[in-house]
Design a protein around this ligand. Structure first.
Ligand code: GLU
Ligand code: MG
Length: 653
């Protein structure tokens, strides 16, 4: 999660004097980079994924699955292996490892990006499998590595960490988790403390409780130490931070300690990256709902299925003034969202982006905007950057204050990489042959490598049809925000409807050239892509309709991808494999019993696992033993000892 510089991070009070300096030089650095790179062309559509993992310690004697804090040791082994492969010309780097926010987390990448041919897509699953096996080599007996979005019992009474630490500590000041849960790299505790200090209080996260048959109404959490006055900040908790009928959490680790699946694409040109950024942004809520995997927080079933809002609140560093709770005095802006949230503005230069689609009032720094415009940046990109730069830098390293703006982008990245949004537009890093990129960031991580590969490949194929067919998914950006809210609802993948463009193929732009030979827009001209019945260009659709289409009215993304594959030069085996991945995505979206039936989302599967456990009391409580059995089952699924139809892995269709 962001830039890991070496050095001494300044505490908040010392860093304050430098925030303008960082912002100023950050923009200078962007301008220098932009001028050098704006015409850069690269190979098309290389891509890579990032999978986040948790290491679990299975305490079989006490039937307790705990988060293992031994990851720094495991990480040094992984980093050693990676460095050896890098330095040995006979070896290829098979996996890359980065530390993550929590001390029990790891982030794994393919080492070298996947290529642009269709057959390269079939490498994704084996790369993910290899990554898991690589971590497993360094685990001890009773440890296991899992891809689970949120750990159900983080912050519960009792033991949930191995080794155990009592909750609290000066960094997060949490009532529920100890500071030892945070990755000890200085960036992470500093981020945590600075977010809290800047905000002026602890972060407050409230997720609605899932009211089961025996859950008390109203639900007032008996495990919150309501009368405790350990930290002055908790007076706020006692006086309203913890809401009735909600699961209350008070620390960054509840959010940033969650795991996701992200995909980054390198495009040929800056124009393609900007186009893809917009088109993919409209799909982020849909993919969040479809990959939903986080139905439990602090030991309670929640009425929501995904992590996004939890992380947004967990890093919400806005002051009371910025949240609009007090008149502006010391701050410049009232800001509508956390720095982890959905994007606020489209940026593509293609003619289909109508001004009315950017219908959110954009908060941006006028002086930065002017500077960018004066230096030749166009209005849309200038607004985007001036919007990102309303945020303060959160971690400033003493040693890195003074940099050469022609060769470094550290100050730019400082702000850019702590704007954690649904998609990210990434300039080429200086001194590399990497091009302009877009990162797709909303998806939750799935339990098996097969599922994670399926979603990564689906998005990769989607980027191709977007560029090849010149698809148009634009809806007003406020509707994308509405979709983010809808995506959180329990069972949204099947039960809710999302705003979507009815005609995804009007006002086509010329398809991208270069590597996508053999496809012509005319190939889909015959498709009936619109329902054409009303004048509005968008309407509410089920995810089933968006993904699978409906006879004759809306073609659906998977049928469109299949049409693309039908006309591609692709061997039988590759096609068969890709079809299996697409089937998983299709069935997750489907609400009808097509041949093998629909498949629940991971969130639904976990919720049902809990609700059908013999020890569950229908009171929303996910006990230590239920959690232990859940992880035993997850471990068996991941190692192939148990086959669960919901995951399709190992099942022939
Ligand atoms: N773990 C975060 C999430 O679930 C993402 C951190 C990152 O950007 O790497 O969204
Ligand atoms: Mg990460």
């Amino acid at each position: 999660m962001g830039l890991l510089s070496l050095g001494t991070p300044l505490p908040w009070d010392k860093s304050q004097q430098y925030t303008e300096l960082i912002r100023h030089h950050g923009i200078e650095q962007f301008l220098a980079l932009y001028n050098k790179m704006k015409d850069k062309k690269t190979e098309c559509l290389l891509f890579g994924d990032e999978v986040e993992y948790m290491v679990i310690f299975m305490d079989h004697n006490n039937k307790n699955a705990k988060l293992s804090l031994r990851v720094s040791e495991i990480f040094s082994e992984l980093a050693k292996e990676e460095a050896e492969a890098e330095n040995d010309p006979k070896k290829t780097v098979q996996s890359g490892w980065r530390p993550e926010y929590a001390r029990y987390m790891l982030e794994g990448t393919p080492g070298t990006p996947f290529g642009n041919r269709l057959v390269d897509l079939t490498r994704v699953e084996s790369s993910m499998k290899l990554r898991r096996q690589t971590v497993m080599k360094y685990l001890r007996a009773n440890e296991t590595v899992v891809t689970v979005t949120s750990f159900p019992r983080l912050g519960c009474l009792g033991e949930f960490l191995e080794p155990h630490f009592e909750p609290g500590g000066p960094v997060a000041k949490s009532l529920f988790v100890p500071d030892e849960v945070i990755n000890p790299h200085p960036r992470f505790p500093t981020l945590t403390a600075n977010i809290r200090t800047r905000r002026g209080s602890k972060v407050a996260i409230n997720m609605p409780i899932f009211h089961d048959i025996k859950t008390p109404k109203p639900f007032i959490d008996p495990t919150i130490p309501w009368n405790r006055d350990k930290f002055p900040e908790d007076r706020e908790a006692a006086s309203g931070a913890a809401l009735p009928d909600h699961i209350y959490m008070d620390a960054m680790s509840f959010g940033m300690g969650s795991c996701c699946l992200q995909i980054t694409f390198q495009t040929r040109t800056i124009g393609d990256a900007r186009r893809l950024y917009d088109q993919l942004a409209t799909l982020t809520p849909i993919m969040l709902a479809l990959t939903a995997a986080a139905p439990i927080w602090r030991g309670y079933l929640s009425d929501t299925d995904c992590r996004w809002d939890v992380i947004a609140s967990s890093v919400d560093d806005r002051t009371k003034e910025e949240r609009g709770l007090e008149p502006l005095k010391n701050n410049k802006f009232v800001i509508n969202k956390s720095r982890y949230d959905s994007i606020d503005t489209y940026i593509s230069t293609d003619a289909r982006l109508k001004p009315e689609y950017n219908d959110l009032p954009l908060v941006y720094d006028e002086s930065i905007y002017k500077k960018l415009i004066d230096n030749g940046i166009d209005d849309l990109l200038a607004r985007h950057l001036a919007h990102l730069f309303i945020r303060d830098p959160l971690v400033i390293y003493d040693e890195l204050l003074h940099q050469d703006n022609e060769t470094s982008t550290d100050h730019f990245e400082n702000i850019q990489s702590t704007n954690w949004q649904t998609v990210r537009f990434k300039p080429p890093p200086p001194n590399s042959n990497i091009g302009w990129r877009v990162e797709f960031r909303s998806m939750e991580v799935q339990i098996t490598d097969f599922e994670n590969a399926a979603f990564a490949i689906f998005i990769a194929l989607l980027t191709r049809i977007i560029l090849v067919y010149g698809l148009n998914f634009y809806i007003p950006i406020s509707k994308v925000d509405q979709n983010m809210g809808i995506a959180h609802k329990r069972g949204a993948a099947l039960n809710e409807e999302f705003w979507f463009r009815k005609s995804i193929y009007d006002d086509p732009v010329p398809p991208a050239g270069g590597c996508h030979k053999g496809h012509h827009v005319s190939e889909i001209n015959g498709a009936n892509l619109t329902n054409g019945s009303t004048n509005a260009k968008w309407e509410k659709m089920t995810i089933d309709r968006i993904i699978n289409g409906d006879d004759g009215h809306f073609i659906g993304l998977i049928p469109l991808i299949k049409r693309y594959l039908d006309t591609s030069d692709i061997d039988h085996d590759t096609r068969r494999q890709l079809d299996r991945y697409l089937d998983l995505v299709s069935k997750r979206a489907s609400d009808t019993s097509i041949p093998t039936g629909n498949l629940p989302t991971t969130a639904t599967w976990i919720r049902e696992f809990v609700r059908s456990h013999p020890k569950y009391n229908y009171d929303s409580v996910v006990s230590q033993e239920i959690n232990y059995d859940l992880f035993k089952t997850i471990e068996k699924i991941q190692t192939g000892q148990t086959k669960v139809p919901a995951f399709l892995d190992g099942f022939e269709i």
